[in-house]
Design a protein around this ligand. Sequence first.
Ligand code: MLT
Length: 408
Amino acid sequence: MITINEHYLKLQASYLFSDIAGRVADFQKKNPDREVIKLGIGDVTKGLTPASIDAFHLAVDEMADDATFRGYGPEQGYDFLRNAIAENDFQSRGADISADEIFVSDGAKCDTGNIQELFARNIKIAIPDPVYPVYLDTNVMAGRTGDFTDDRFQGLVYLDSTRENNFVPSLPEENVDLIYLCFPNNPTGSTITREELQTWVDYARDHKALILFDAAYESFIRDDSLPRSIYELEGAREIAIEFRSFSKSAGFTGTRCAYSVVPRECIAYDSEGSRHFLHSLWNRRHCTKFNGVSYPVQRAAEAIYSEQGKLQTRALTDYYLKNAAHICKTIADLGYEYTGGENSPYIWVDGRMGSWEFFDMLLNKAGVVCTPGAGFGKCGNGYIRFSAFNSYENVETAMSGLTAALSD
Ligand code: MLT
């Protein structure tokens, strides 16, 4: 008899963004004449930059010619891309990361979801609340939690991110082994200072713990005092793995390219307390289960680091940040409290009613889709998240709709 992994039965019925997509599809079916503006899932709307597109086309042409055709590439990514990443995203900012510590992949969602395979089942995990659901659900699937009761999975240490702590969680009071952090944060849009992040690095070093640092939104940082990478901080190489993505920085949500950084010194322990290098374990996993990102996509990603590419991708994130500023202004004018929207494409709003109630109200009255904060965890109850990924015109229309809906 084939039996299932019963940990899957502990999960909520469907993934948050699939649930929202289903509700929106249902609304559109019932209201075929209503226009819907999506500020829910963080999915970019502007096309790839000319620098990426030119490189993409060229690489596709190379694939048509036997002389330049490429078959399987290196699982970890081509050197041309790994070198460009190491130089531009890390070394130029004083972070000591080399090309062979970069693992190119098809998404930060997959990487943050897959990395937990490297760790024992009985580790103590600290997860922020609210949180990007992937970190949580993949650990539930792996059997690292108990049941879901009172809006939380038993056996985890939740790190509350609330108005009181400015949406930056405090260090856990008990010992934990694995810590998920994401800054600029999804979903709250909050940022972490160098000093605050250093306390996490120091905690991890003192407790032989590991930090999984999701920096998928670093390209939205405009405040130079904020860290863009955890490796800008003293002592992080031994205790942190970082995740980055080209999805939001360069419009690759549909093109798929991202990377993880696993420094050579980064360690974890076996049950006897012996040290093991995570770089070799992740490399083993990556080579076994992944066959690399396609050559044209990697060329398109490399082009982001050309002089023109840098200017063009900066213009992309500037565009979405202008949308974010407009959303923030509207929310502030309406007298609602919010965080994020600066150094981040997400705006986290205290909706003064249940999150799903706000979601339904806004969809029905204004045809605007947001993400209910409750879908990101218990601390998200009462909040909603706006994403700045849409055209400026649509954001203006959505904000007029929001203003009218809340003034009714
Ligand atoms: C989000 O809206 O939180 C993100 O787009 C989800 C993702 O990147 O997978």
